[in-house]
Ligand binder design. Structure first.
Ligand code: ATP
Ligand code: MG
Length: 252
């Protein structure tokens, strides 16, 4: 399965989910590829050192002689996990591909030879609905939408779903919404519980049973460039993401 983690709203837990879902899958012994499509490169740095990144996904997108295998870096920290790294250069991709007729299909084509080697591919998106996110949606079998348990939780999801419909209409009719994931949830407050029931009302059975609680260890782990499973294996964050991984594997 190729699963895109997308929501154009910033700071909702996309990268945290991409990192820890990819880590959980690889800990389950699944050969996993994490593709970082955010120019900030945050998910890249949780598994590989900046110095080991010679080429990035930008080169694969922009240079017809470059394949995805040329840029993949196996993680030296996590068995069964490889990363397609991003660097800040990715921010100029949109300008570089202007007018290219296959601009939306680049990632799909790049990924095609690798789906057997990596039965699980996880794609971390930037907080936009631009060319990178559309490339991810075109290349994916599934979409996972993280929604932050906060006052404006559902703001912008209409635009995301509209983009999904456009992608389904032509480029990728098979794209399936795997699920909606409630993140940074605080079940002790009535606001938290209200937001949860609002999300359930809108998305029904699409909402994952697993809810990611607000957890300080999850907040800290990126600063130490680790997944939650190596940083704090006994934390609530680790058990939440482990259970998400189970649910993802069941739903796929
Ligand atoms: P962007 O749109 O900028 O790419 P994002 O959607 O990828 O953001 P993250 O970077 O995963 O969001 O998370 C935003 C911030 O919230 C980070 O500082 C992260 O450490 C923190 N965070 C994520 N999940 C949790 C959680 N369950 N509990 C507490 N903090 C969290
Ligand atoms: Mg991010």
């Amino acid at each position: 399965m190729v699963v895109t983690i997308a929501n154009q709203k910033g700071g909702v837990g996309k990268t945290t989910t991409a990192i820890n879902l990819a880590a959980a899958l690889s800990l389950r012994g699944k050969s996993t590829l994490l593709i970082d499509l955010d120019p900030q490169g945050n998910s890249t740095l949780s598994f590989v050192d900046r110095e080991t990144v010679e080429f990035s996904v930008y080169e694969a997108f922009a240079n017809p002689d470059c394949s995805l295998s040329d840029v993949i870096v196996p993680s030296d920290r996590q068995e069964n996990l490889s990363v397609v790294p991003a660097r800040i250069s990715l921010a100029k991709l949109e300008a570089r591909l202007v007018g290219e007729i296959d601009a939306h299909f680049r990632l799909k084509d790049l990924l095609a030879p690798l789906t057997e080697k990596y039965p699980y591919v996880v794609i971390d998106c930037p907080p936009t609905l631009g060319l990178l996110t559309v490339n991810a949606l075109v290349a994916s079998t599934h979409l996972l939408i993280p929604i932050q348990s906060s006052y404006f939780a559902l703001e912008g999801t209409d635009d995301l779903l509209e983009t999904v419909e456009k992608v389904r209409a032509r480029a990728n009719p098979a794209l399936d919404i795997l699920g909606v994931l409630i993140t940074m949830h605080d079940r002790r407050t009535s606001l938290g519980r209200d937001i949860q029931s609002e999300i359930n009302k809108v998305f029904g059975a699409k909402v994952f049973k697993t809810i990611i609680s607000k957890n300080v260890r999850l907040e800290e782990s990126p600063a130490y460039r680790e997944s939650i499973f190596s940083f704090a294996p006994n934390s609530k964050g680790a058990s939440d993401y482990y259970s998400l991984c189970e649910e993802v594997m069941d739903r796929a």
